[in-house]
Ligand binder design. Structure first.
Ligand SMILES: Cc1cc2nc3c(=O)[nH]c(=O)nc-3n(C[C@H](O)[C@H](O)[C@H](O)COP(=O)(O)O)c2cc1C
Length: 216
């Protein structure tokens, strides 16, 4: 006579088939809204601004740092604290759907590569688009893009994706150009000049002020 399966055994096999089902239904984790790995290191706050960036030769990285600095400066000038507005900066490859959903405003910053946004930035949007779809409606965003001689293609693409998410644009995309066109100039490490840094700080400040003032 065959032994009756124990309750533990039954539960274990039910859980196993559920896990199999979950994997089969979403093998790429496109709808995974729980944060995997460590939580973002940020305080409890009534509002969160998320800066997502990618950079290959350093310019967009410095731009995103200036965005952060500008947002922090505006926050302190408006006598607001980290619990009023937490500002988090995250490289595109590390940003997850959960980070988008738990934020209330967004700054996206990336270079243009081959007339498109850079690959890592695109991968972030591909990975997070459907999991965040319908969950970000009406939240504010702004873009900062850098290019050698252009940048419009990347700005257009990111704007289109944000439109799909039903985000609300706070201002026109900021596009900075460094003139790099030869292979050597494109490959070289970039330094953001003072004028560019000020523009990024202004954009970061505008975004923070917009969120703190609760502009509809
Ligand atoms: C593979 C590659 C493709 C590029 N394609 C473009 C382009 O289509 N249009 C443009 O204006 N600049 C282009 N650039 C130049 C970069 O956008 C520019 O140097 C930018 O400032 C780099 O930003 P980063 O330092 O943050 O990587 C390209 C650079 C690379 C590496």
């Amino acid at each position: 006579m065959r032994a009756m399966p124990s309750r533990v055994h039954m539960w274990r096999s039910a859980a196993r088939s559920l896990r199999w089902f979950a994997c089969d239904a979403d093998p790429a984790g496109l709808l995974q809204t729980q944060r995997l790995g460590l939580p973002l290191n940020q305080p409890d706050a009534s509002m969160r601004l998320l800066i997502v960036w990618h950079s290959r030769t350093g310019m967009a990285k410095q731009m995103s740092e200036a965005l952060l600095k500008g947002a922090q400066k505006a926050r302190s000038e408006m006598e607001a604290s980290e619990t009023d507005l937490a500002i988090h900066i995250c490289r595109a490859r590390d940003a997850q759907i959960h980070d988008l959903i738990s934020a209330h405003g967004y700054l996206f910053c990336a270079p243009e590569n081959l007339a498109s946004m850079s690959g890592e930035m695109k991968e972030f949007f591909d990975r997070c688009y459907y999991g965040a779809l319908g969950k970000l409606n009406g939240r504010p965003f702004a873009l900062a893009v850098c290019g050698g001689s252009d940048g419009e293609g990347a700005a257009r693409q990111i704007s289109r994706i944000c439109q799909g998410w039903r985000l609300k644009s706070v201002t026109a995309p900021l596009i900075l150009r460094n003139g790099a066109q030869t292979p050597e100039a494109v490959a070289a490490a970039k330094t953001l000049d003072t004028h560019g840094a000020e523009k990024c700080m202004d954009l970061g400040g505008l975004m923070a002020a917009h969120m703190l003032l609760g502009v509809p």
